[in-house]
Design a protein. Structure first.
Length: 358
């Protein structure tokens, strides 16, 4: 694959790239640059983590990028996820890996590293402290959104250390690129700025879009990163997202009550599901419209669907019914996957019983 095609694939993932020129130079000098991704095992997985992440990672892999994905169980522990129970957190981590296999993520091309193994590596703690020495408490506190915390929330001492450790991980995994959501932007910029000061490099930052939650978008926050937290899907607000284990009935219920004003294409979560997931997974989308709107219609691009919705010729109720049906198709392989063996079924049932803590 030539350079321009590789760049185009990565541009499809990155809502923001810091910087595109550095990315171009990296691809010119390395056939297989290494990208960092990571996740807190923190309960049920929603479709943005399952389907959207799979789409993005597979595109990057196609562009020749190799991934090192951190299973950040120690970070979940520091952030008090699953009540700070490391055994439960580890179980959720295993559950996530199985979901991605079922979603079609090319896991055989990815190195999954558990944070307990990474933090023990020689020099990791020194790098964490070096990053802390080169950043103010105020700067680190502003990175709190990476943990799902707002900038004005009171943080524990463990949560102050968290961004420094995450930045250190990038260097000790020897990653050229950070490929995370826009909510992780601040810590990636921190790594870029401090890395060269302490003997490392400036990673290229490829930040993907954060898909809206299903509720009406409202925010009183002034900090752009805080606004993202207000608008995105949340495990602590079950009706704000479709989860990978949601039943057909639950998907229909959530989508039917979701925010989707007629003719409005901006800040419309139902259209975001179409743009970032459905049209990425399927070549076309067929919607059974009410007869008075013209009956069944097939779209071959998102732009075609958006234009018809904006015109009013596609009613929100018809759109919602179509989206619910396609989402159900996308999560079905995951449901089937956990029925393959007694071990997987036990894992699935155990995670479903866990209480999600913020």
């Amino acid at each position: 694959m030539d350079l321009e095609k590789r760049l185009d694939l990565i541009r499809q993932v990155g809502e923001e790239i810091i910087t595109e020129q550095e990315l171009r130079e990296l691809l010119q000098t390395k056939t297989h640059p290494v990208a960092y991704d990571g996740f807190e095992p923190s309960g049920k997985m929603h479709v943005a983590q399952g389907i959207f992440r799979t789409i993005n990672i597979n595109k990057m892999l196609k562009a020749g990028v190799r991934f090192k994905v951190l299973v950040a169980e120690w970070f979940a522990f520091m952030n008090n996820k699953m009540g700070g129970d490391l055994e439960k957190i580890k179980m959720v981590g295993e559950y996530y890996l199985e979901i991605w296999k079922a979603c079609g993520m090319k896991t055989e091309k990815i190195d999954f590293i558990w944070s307990k193994d990474l933090v023990r590596k020689e020099g990791h703690w020194k790098t964490t402290i070096d990053i802390a020495r080169n950043a103010t408490v105020k700067r680190i506190t502003r990175c709190s959104q990476i943990m799902g915390r707002k900038s004005d929330e009171g943080l524990s001492a463990a949560q102050i250390i968290y961004p420094c450790m995450q930045a250190a991980d990038i260097f000790h995994l020897k990653c050229d690129i950070t490929q995370l959501g826009m909510d992780q932007r601040k810590v990636n910029v921190l790594a870029r700025e401090i890395g060269p000061k302490i003997g490392f490099w400036k990673p290229v930052v490829v930040s993907h879009h954060m898909i809206l939650g299903l509720s009406k978008p409202t925010t009183a926050s002034k900090d752009p990163a805080d606004m993202l937290l207000d608008l995105k899907m949340s495990k602590s607000k079950p009706d704000s997202a479709i989860f990978m284990d949601d039943s057909t009935e639950e998907i229909k219920r959530k989508i039917n009550k979701a925010y989707c004003p007629a003719k409005q294409t901006d800040m419309n979560p139902i259209l975001e599901y179409c743009k970032y997931m459905i049209f990425e997974k399927f070549r076309e989308m067929t919607i059974d419209r009410h007869a008075k709107f013209g009956g069944e219609i097939t779209f071959t691009s998102y732009e075609e669907l958006e234009n018809l919705f904006r015109s009013g010729e596609l009613h929100p109720a018809d759109l919602k019914n179509g989206v619910a049906a396609y989402l159900d198709r996308m999560v079905k392989p995951v449901h089937s996957h956990f029925k393959k063996s007694a071990k997987l079924k036990k894992l699935y049932e155990s995670v479903r019983k866990l209480e999600i803590t913020r």
